[in-house]
Design a protein around this ligand. Sequence first.
Ligand SMILES: NC(=O)c1ccc[n+]([C@@H]2O[C@H](COP(=O)([O-])OP(=O)(O)OC[C@H]3O[C@@H](n4cnc5c(N)ncnc54)[C@H](OP(=O)(O)O)[C@@H]3O)[C@@H](O)[C@H]2O)c1
Length: 293
Amino acid sequence: MGSVKGWICVVLVGILGYLCMDSFDPESIANARVLVTGASTGIGEEIAYHYAKAGAQLVITARREQALQKVKAKCLELGAKNVSLIIADMGEPVDREQILEKAVTVLGGLDYLVLNHIGYTPFQMWEGDVSHARWLMEVNFISYVDLATAALPYLTQTKGSIIVLSSLTGKTPIPFAAPYAATKFALEGFFVALRHELTMRESPISITLCILGLIDTQSAMEKTKEKVSISAYPAKDAAFAVVSAGARRVKEMYYPWYVWPTCFFRDWFPQIRDWAILRTFNYEPQRQEQKAL
Ligand SMILES: NC(=O)c1ccc[n+]([C@@H]2O[C@H](COP(=O)([O-])OP(=O)(O)OC[C@H]3O[C@@H](n4cnc5c(N)ncnc54)[C@H](OP(=O)(O)O)[C@@H]3O)[C@@H](O)[C@H]2O)c1
């Protein structure tokens, strides 16, 4: 019996060690030609800095030029070979049309397309704003499909990669985020199907879906303040995990530690899952209504 326990421990430690192993070599992305969307702040900004430190060539996009200029200056300080900006609103199809052509022209090709931007959506109960949901779908989903489609011929030439920022909310929906969850589920459906088709066509392109838990970006912290009882993890570390997973051509990356088990056990114990979700998100008005009853 004692030896069975011993073997179980060895196997568990082996699995944990394998899961924690990160064979990422920053040298592998030195000189890489990278397009990062939504890089003016948050995780996208940190992703740009990791590529910059490795000596990559960058094109970064967002709507706010001043914020992007600051990111550009820091990227150059950190070691980026060169950095160009594209100011574009991802909710506007005309703005998006030019992004890929411009990026490929200045970079002379494309190795990594990092799809990271998200449109602002309040963290609140669904109140029936269908036009907001439609707009969010355009920014968070259709624009990703648009850019990935335009990038496919270039990435085929370079055996390149598409990196898609998704969320635990795109695996396990949570309250206060109905339209956001819908856009992230859509990303999973599209990009996993596309990955299968690329494999069937023996395409050299890899697709990495990054499934993130709560990360301490300013926007996420402001939105979730007093509504969520879980800790947020550093954007810098989340960004490193994204860049590393993309370079290793991993199909799916989970950050932080609790995201993978949550996804793995999602449908095993649905009642416990739903109980845990409702314990994690605070809805004071409802609790007060209940107390008053
Ligand atoms: N933070 C988290 O807790 C968390 C958790 C799971 C997954 N994620 C995912 O990680 C990614 C980054 O999240 P984040 O927290 O870093 O976001 P963030 O801090 O809000 O940054 C969003 C970025 O997107 C840009 N953006 C916003 N609206 C845009 C538009 N209409 N057109 C073009 N660009 C636009 C913003 O720049 P401008 O305002 O200058 O345009 C900014 O650079 C997202 O895909 C998100 O879903 C985040």
